[in-house]
Design a protein around this ligand. Structure first.
Ligand code: ADP
Ligand code: MG
Length: 315
């Protein structure tokens, strides 16, 4: 095996047919193979266990799967984390300063609670320099519900005296037609990140296709497995590019006799486990919205009030 192995096809034992099956199942790169269980590869690629084992070991020779690190090293790494402002000081401080890079921030809430608006504002703000509350970079946006509105970006940009045309050029939007397409678009984002400085990754909505396509108990495990892989692909993007990950998840507006608490997104537990920050949004009077931070690793559970107006997200 050449030291310069970069694609899964170059691994010994991976023929074109196997490569196709692996990719089909989301094992798109060497890292995915290196950390996979041989059994899962054997299943998806329809190969024997020992062949799968060899592929995994070969992939591990090429990529660094990491290991244990001491706290001081981790603290040093934390210093590379940046935070993008939401436009609301209250919401920023709820999040410990803004939406963090190298982490997943999930907002969930009912229709109209402001999830998509928040994404628009973050995409505009991400273009600002780091010392002005931005990330000095561009955005990739996976749109599953066709709710991205360039007009809204123009409004928000004008209010901040930014050139709308220049801002729009820094927001790369792809419409995902189904969950499989949605997962493939992460690969496209990886390609884009080779040439462009992508610092924000928006998936709006993360769960709607999965929820619509995998209905019923029989396919629940499969859905959660795919969603899990998708989230981990995106998380890796965030780590590699020091990008903030902002994903949305729609929940019911009212408590339901069967599902109970509306703050528990149905089937969204996979997302919940992977998310570093989870914000539950709900409507208040008029333009006011209430954000509640839930299960943060280092911040108290608390609430903030913000508004959605023509200029964007504000206090
Ligand atoms: P969600 O994605 O959670 O379903 P949205 O982010 O689309 O909700 O929020 C929609 C709400 O945002 C609208 O109900 C409206 O209150 C507000 N909104 C959208 N556009 C504007 C605007 N140009 N000016 C003021 N408020 C707006
Ligand atoms: Mg929306």
């Amino acid at each position: 095996m050449a030291a310069t192995t970069t694609t899964i096809e170059e691994l010994p034992g991976v023929g074109p047919a196997t490569a196709d099956k692996l990719k089909e199942a989301g094992f798109n790169d060497l890292m995915a193979l290196a950390v996979a269980s041989p059994q899962s590869l054997a299943d998806v690629a329809e190969i024997g266990n020992s062949a799968a084992q060899k592929i995994v070991l070969a992939a591990r020779e090429v990529v660094d799967i990491g290991g244990f690190e001491t706290g001081d090293v981790l603290l040093e790494r934390r210093k590379s984390v940046n935070k993008v402002t939401t436009g609301s000081k209250g919401l920023d401080s709820l999040l410990g300063g803004g939406v963090e890079t190298q982490a997943i921030t999930e907002v969930f809430g009912a229709y109209g609670s402001g999830k998509t608006q928040l994404g628009h504002q973050l995409a505009v703000n991400a273009t600002l320099p780091v010392d002005q509350g931005g990330l000095g970079g561009e955005t990739v946006w996976i749109d599953t519900e066709s709710t991205f509105r360039p007009e809204r970006i123009v409004q928000m940009s004008l209010d901040q005296e930014l050139d709308p045309e220049a801002i729009l050029q820094k927001i790369h939007v792809a419409r995902a037609f189904n969950s499989h397409h949605q997962m493939l678009l992460v690969e496209k984002a990886n390609e884009l990140a080779q040439t462009d400085t992508i610092r924000l990754f928006v998936v709006d909505s993360m769960t709607s296709h999965f929820r619509a396509e995998y209905v019923g108990r029989g396919v629940l495990a499969e859905r959660q497995q795919l969603l899990n892989r998708h989230i981990h692909d995106i998380m890796r993007f965030g780590d590699v590019n020091n990008a903030a990950i902002f994903v949305t998840n729609q929940v019911m507006a009212k408590p339901d006799a069967f599902f109970g608490d509306p703050t528990r997104p149905i089937g969204g537990h996979v997302v919940a486990h992977a998310s570093t920050f989870r914000i539950y949004l709900r409507k208040s009077k008029g333009e006011r919205r209430i954000a509640r931070l839930i299960d943060s690793p280092n911040l108290p559970e608390a609430e903030a009030i913000f508004t959605i107006t023509e200029p964007g997200i504000r206090d």
